[in-house]
Design a protein around this ligand. Sequence first.
Ligand SMILES: *[C@@H]1O[C@H](CO)[C@@H](O)[C@H](O)[C@H]1NC(C)=O
Ligand SMILES: *[C@@H]1O[C@H](CO)[C@@H](O)[C@H](O)[C@H]1NC(C)=O
Ligand SMILES: *[C@@H]1O[C@H](CO)[C@@H](O)[C@H](O)[C@H]1NC(C)=O
Ligand SMILES: *[C@@H]1O[C@H](CO)[C@@H](O)[C@H](O)[C@H]1NC(C)=O
Length: 431
Amino acid sequence: MTCSWTKPNVIAIVYIATFMSIMTYSYLLNRKFSFTLRVKKNLCRGIPATNTMTPLKDNRTFIIAPYFDNRKNNMTRVISIVHHKDVKELYCWFCHSSNGEIYISKAQIDVHSDRFDFPYGATDVKCLEPQDWEPHYVSIHWSPKGDIDQLPLFEIRNRDPEGSLVDFTVCISTMFGEYNNVLQFVQSMEMYKILGVARVVIYKNSCSPLMEKVLDYYIAEGTVEVIPWPIDSYLKVSFHWHHSMDPKDIGYYGQITALNDCVYRNMYRSRYVLLNDMDEIILPGKYADWKTMMQNLQQQHPDAGAFLFENHIFPKTVFTPTDMFNISSWSTVPGVNILSHVVREPDRKNVFNPRKIIIDPNKVVQTSVHSVLQMYGNSIEVPMDVALIYHCRVPQQVDLPRESLIKDTTLWRYNVSLIGNVNKVLQQIIS
Ligand SMILES: *[C@@H]1O[C@H](CO)[C@@H](O)[C@H](O)[C@H]1NC(C)=O
Ligand SMILES: *[C@@H]1O[C@H](CO)[C@@H](O)[C@H](O)[C@H]1NC(C)=O
Ligand SMILES: *[C@@H]1O[C@H](CO)[C@@H](O)[C@H](O)[C@H]1NC(C)=O
Ligand SMILES: *[C@@H]1O[C@H](CO)[C@@H](O)[C@H](O)[C@H]1NC(C)=O
């Protein structure tokens, strides 16, 4: 009895297996074929851009990347850095990749309002696309005339968004100055992961060799994506945010441009994007993690596209004993141990705490550091009992006596998983 149905079953399996392998083979063949076809068919000329930052020949315009944006009309928005006075005219040379046709469109040069008096600023070079075809490539030039072979050629990003959507991405604008704050970096990374991050995008100008090792660890893990940010090869960069404090070409290593690029780069890859620095952690008081927090906030404010969190400084010069934690092995690691810094400066009357932002990238058009400049939707100020920014750095209120600081050990709630996770990373790095 058993035999009589096993045999046809075997035959059926053989049939199915054969059928499946033929299907798989033809699918692969097809994929390979259409892939080669697509590569072959790109007839766009120009010099393919290979770096994060491409200077135009005028040395006054630096292109980061073009992004398709169809939220209002069919537009290519080219995230750039331009000299606000010298650059008066730019053109998008759209290229049809299968027939090489070129459509030239005059750009609207939209220098972001937050330029803080620096001559160069984050800029959207906005071009309407041709009406009857979808360009995948574009060149940027100061004239509608010229030699296409001499112009840089960019692929337009976000044209066909694909891949999966993660919940949270943190954008770290500009790591610079041979950054070597390894312990605080690893602690922040592990806190972001505990709170729900899937990806951390770091615009890297420079860091130490040890930090390089740490980044490689997180790149291999799949958490970190490094975007090279060689802005000081082209412009004199300021360490400060306002021109009057340090009169150079552009503020704070081009931070605002990096943030805007990060918003568009993650528009179809991440439900939410956090725009904060490496020494800042958006720390929920009411909820265990960002997901629960954002579900609640978004439910209360369905139209909101930006959630602003208050900055609170936990001075790295004021220590609280951590003898109850088994972390003496960390003392050899360069950098700040955030578990030791759990007192914060009090609010001051008439002094505004700058905020940092969690955005829904789909709703944001232009962002600055502490607020969104243009968006579809509105901004919500999140009260500090819901969450605050744990910002561990040099004190702002330098002369404050210790008694005036407020003990806030919210961070310690995570001690068990944070310490365990940090130990795992350090064991891999320091060996
Ligand atoms: C642009 O900069 C490069 C390198 O610094 C220099 O060789 C070139 O002459 C500059 N071009 C203009 C138009 O200023
Ligand atoms: C944008 O392009 C698509 C596809 O070509 C077209 O269907 C749509 O009508 C265009 N939208 C606008 C606002 O022009
Ligand atoms: C302290 O942590 C180290 C790892 O960093 C571990 O080897 C050791 O067993 C721990 N000691 C105690 C008492 O838990
Ligand atoms: C460390 O975290 C555990 C819960 O995971 C908590 O019970 C304990 O109180 C925390 N330690 C301190 C010193 O806050």
